[in-house]
Design a protein around this ligand. Structure first.
Ligand SMILES: Cc1cc2nc3c(=O)[nH]c(=O)nc-3n(C[C@H](O)[C@H](O)[C@H](O)COP(=O)(O)O)c2cc1C
Length: 221
């Protein structure tokens, strides 16, 4: 089985959560895939699950042109043992975000996630499809209507509930991306079995069976 964790923060309207669920649905369609949703607030109970994952997908709304503070707090918890000892090296990574504005500066959110993944030595998977709504022939119903490439970019009207916003096109875009990541993860995992690197035996090993990883302060004592 490939194990995929979708780690997300969603606070204002639950829009990011809708996307997380769509990514999970898309990923679960790929045979041999187990996709789990993990809210950042519940990460403390799920370190073992995360450390065992073949892929970790980051989800955060765009708040003030950036990842939300709640999501950043999760990333900062990685700065000790997991980062320093390269625990997540070569795991697959990707991300998704939503904002109220069509732009809303959410490119910055995805770029931040790419940098977080790079700091962990993870392998970032971008979108599979080209952008939609490029011309008069297109519409807001197009998949990838906001034409993002780094990861899923969605938009949710600020006065609508999560049942309506983000719209179906964004939800389906997220499903497709989840499916794509699961396919890439499966191929990568199988390939890695055939062609293991010398250091693979070390990867994913974490002491203490899921306890909170040591932070920088603990390591620097
Ligand atoms: C504190 C805060 C800051 C926000 N900043 C932005 C922003 O910079 N750009 C934007 O387009 N929308 C912004 N929004 C709107 C949210 O991105 C949007 O409502 C999103 O769907 C919320 O996702 P959530 O329901 O998962 O929290 C902001 C909302 C909040 C609460």
């Amino acid at each position: 089985m490939s194990q995929i964790s979708i780690v997300y923060f969603s606070q204002f309207k639950g829009a990011t959560e809708k996307l997380a669920e769509a990514i999970q649905r898309g990923a679960s369609q790929v045979p041999g895939t187990r996709a789990a949703l993990i809210k950042v607030e519940e990460v403390s109970k799920n370190w073992a699950e995360l450390n065992d994952s073949d892929a970790i997908i980051f989800g955060s709304p765009t708040y003030m042109g950036s990842v939300a503070a709640g999501f950043k707090a999760f990333v900062e918890d990685l700065a000790g043992e997991i980062w320093l000892e390269r625990r997540w090296l070569n795991k697959i990574a990707s991300g998704f975000t939503v904002s109220a504005g069509r732009s809303g500066d959410k490119m910055n959110t995805l770029q931040q996630m790419v940098v977080f993944a790079a700091q962990m030595g993870m392998i970032w998977v971008p979108m599979r499809i080209t952008g939609g709504h490029y011309s008069t022939q297109g519409s807001e119903n197009d998949l990838n209507r906001l034409a993002g490439y780094l990861g899923v970019m969605a938009q949710a009207n600020i006065d609508q509930p999560p049942e309506l916003a983000p719209p179906t096109s964004d939800i389906e875009t997220a499903e497709l991306h989840g499916n794509h990541i699961a396919n890439v993860t499966r191929q990568y995992k199988e390939g890695r079995k055939q062609l293991p690197a010398e250091y693979d035996a070390f990867l994913g090993e974490v002491d203490g069976e899921g306890k909170k990883p040591l932070g920088l302060k603990d390591l620097m004592k």
